[in-house]
Ligand binder design. Structure first.
Ligand code: NAD
Length: 361
């Protein structure tokens, strides 16, 4: 029976990447019934909203989606379509593997890290108070009353909620992911020494959850500032990282940098029985429609999707096809050439063609 999957092309470079990934996934032979749904600029042009209800309903129905990147509008009421999708579907776990591929320019070799980022709260909760607004002044005066501390005139306020329940589920998710994927260690990363009631809570809950997995998966803790340095100096010492939302966002880009950049970093947003797969990178508007950017991150997001759909054999074949096209270094996009101006670089579509050729040979 065919798997039903919602395909959201997104905007900017999204549609060309989504088309490339779809063709590669179909070429594995796995039967997928794609249900196209819009979000981002196209949705705004056609339906007057960046995120139509029908798109959310489609993902709720198919339970699985592959999504192209979407531009975050500046100055509109919408914070971010991407964050809105994660919140609407309670996709609480963001999983971002960073794996080295031979042939990709990088300062490091044999990197194999997985970031598990809490996706539903922390400073991304979207609870913000603009500088100068009456409600912000009122909030500040109440906080000053409670805390007996002064907040500087002209401040804006962003709220950082971290709960026991959300921490418990993300840390459990990370341990279960580690067990299922035969990983060796979890590192819980916070700034618990400074933010005792939010990061401190995250760490306390993580320690409790870790006890349930004692003897099965190793557990350690680290401070986020130190971790940024450790990852640059000794990335091979680490395995699965579990973090609150903001640190997860920042360190997953750092990890993408370790493997040679955003062009090859895939991701998944997972909730209970529902998942949306997407590249770590954004919509790179300046490359829109040029058939120029690297489809690898989007295709590898498709590999994660195939694994989620329990199509392990097809996932492995597609990953190996991507790996060998990159290793050969011939039919690859400009960013994977030693010199980005190399005229032999191919376009998005042609790199996908080369991957499909490997799959079907
Ligand atoms: P970006 O990731 O879109 O692009 C930054 C740069 O990275 C590009 O200029 C390009 O040089 C390179 N790059 C990105 N993807 C590439 C690819 N596939 N191949 C080759 N090079 C690639 O980041 P940005 O410019 O900060 O963001 C653009 C828009 O995307 C913003 O509106 C941002 O909010 C949004 N965004 C969306 C998502 C998402 O949809 N999940 C994620 C991040 C950013």
């Amino acid at each position: 029976m065919a798997h039903k999957v919602t395909l959201i092309p997104g905007d900017g470079i999204g549609p060309e990447l989504a088309a490339a990934a779809r063709r590669c996934i179909d070429a594995t032979g796995v039967k997928i019934e794609w249900v196209e749904a819009l979000a981002g600029q196209d949705a705004l042009d056609r339906f007057g909203t960046l995120l139509p209800d029908a798109t959310i309903e489609s993902i709720k129905k198919t339970k699985v989606a592959l999504k192209g990147p979407i531009t975050t509008p500046i100055g509109s009421g919408f914070r971010s379509v991407n964050v809105a999708i994660r919140h609407a579907l309670d996709l609480y776990a963001c999983v971002r593997p960073s794996k080295s591929y031979v042939g990709v320019k990088s300062h490091y070799k044999d990197i194999d890290l997985v970031v598990v980022r809490e996706n539903s709260e922390d400073l991304y909760a979207g609870i913000e108070f603009e500088q100068g607004k009456p409600e912000t002044k009122e909030l500040i005066s109440q906080i000053e009353n409670f805390s007996k501390k002064k907040i500087r005139e002209g401040s804006g306020i962003s709220i950082k909620p971290i709960s026991i329940a959300a921490t418990e589920r993300i840390v459990k998710f990370a341990f279960q992911y580690a067990l299922q994927n035969k990983r060796r260690k979890i590192t819980a990363i916070t700034k618990a020494n400074i933010m005792k009631f939010t990061d401190g809570l995250f760490l306390k809950v993580a320690r409790e959850v870790a006890k349930e997995f004692e003897g099965k998966i190793a557990f350690e803790e680290a401070l986020v500032d130190n971790m940024a340095m450790q990852l640059v100096q000794k990335p091979h010492n680490y395995d699965v990282l579990v973090l609150p939302n903001l640190y997860g966002d920042i360190l997953s880009d750092l990890c993408a940098g370790l493997i040679g950049g955003l062009g090859i970093a895939p991701g998944a947003n997972i909730g209970d029985g529902i998942a949306v797969f997407e590249a770590v990178h954004g919509s790179a508007p300046k490359y829109k429609g040029l058939n120029k950017v690297n489809p690898t991150a989007m295709i590898l997001s498709g590999v994660l999707m195939l694994r989620y759909l329990k199509e392990e054999e097809a996932a492995l074949r597609l990953e190996n096809a991507v790996r060998s096209v990159i290793a050969e270094g011939k039919s690859v996009t400009y960013d994977l050439k030693p010199d980005p101006k190399d005229p032999s670089a191919v376009g998005t579509k042609e790199m996908a063609d080369a991957i499909i050729l490997k799959l079907t040979k």
